[in-house]
Ligand binder design. Sequence first.
Ligand code: DP6
Length: 335
Amino acid sequence: MSDAAKQLIGTAMTSASVPKPFAAYAPSNIALSKYWGKRDHARNLPLNSSLSISLADWGSHTQVSPSDDGQDHVTLGGKELALDTPFAAKALRFADLFRTHAASAPLRIDTNNTIPTAAGLASSASGFAALTRAICGCFGLTETLSEAQMSLIARLGSGSATRSFWHGFVRWDKGTREDGADSFAHPLDLNWPEFRIAILPVDVGPKSQSSRDGMNHTVVTSPLFNSWPDQAEADCAAIESAIKEQDFETLGPLVEANALAMHATMQAARPALTYLTSESWTLLERLWRARQDGLRAFATMDAGANIKLIFLKQAATDVMEIFPQAQMIDPFSKP
Ligand code: DP6
């Protein structure tokens, strides 16, 4: 069975031009309705659709250029990496998907992340999206390939990268085709200028287990996982409607429940998997108490200990008072 993303690269590469330097930016994103579980590992196809909000100017700037000394080079934050470090190895493996069609083409890949290190957010979503754009640009494919097609290709690097091609709210349809041709993202074309996100950093170091390993372990061993794909699909549809109606009172509880359900599937895994620490739970309890006192903010958590809050602009002062460590993002500000 073929892989639609690889086929797309193959077809596009027939019109590839001489590689030239190309720089691209992609924002990071936070899922409001989570992707958790794959139906196909080789093609990186999800079991459920997901929906995210992009983080404006928090993201990755990546430049891909032909290398001038016949060797591959990868830099991150201005530092040259050994080619066997995980970041460099993953980036080059991804570049190889294009290079099988363009002989050797040694490349230089320079990445700078603008996500504050202190926020402890992973950058693989923005990293693979920016890398996809930059490689496509380097080989002259940005005219040939649409944004949706690049989103489909980025999925091979990391699932969440599929959603990092646009600002604002983005939905990744899981698709049903075996070759993955219908599994890519599209933006929900709407502006919600009052919508805010705050990151409450808990652990800013590297995560204990990658999301990839964590989701695979959960799918294989958690008896609670069986109920996840249908529930997640229903949540995604309900979350999309609430966003379209700009109905925050419906949206907030759905987003929080979806994240907690994902974490419940992990806790039921055997052995149990938990990314949340006692500090994460303390923050959640503080949030729930504040909500009883009227705060309109809701939490979401990914494969890490940090808590992310969503709320509307009018709650920003209260959020900052209760959580002075919050790092605030206005996702609809022009990056
Ligand atoms: C919990 O996109 O990192 O953040 O496709 O294996 O690279 P791979 O996984 P990844 O998983 C993200 C999981 C999540 C939820 C989400 O972003 O939807």
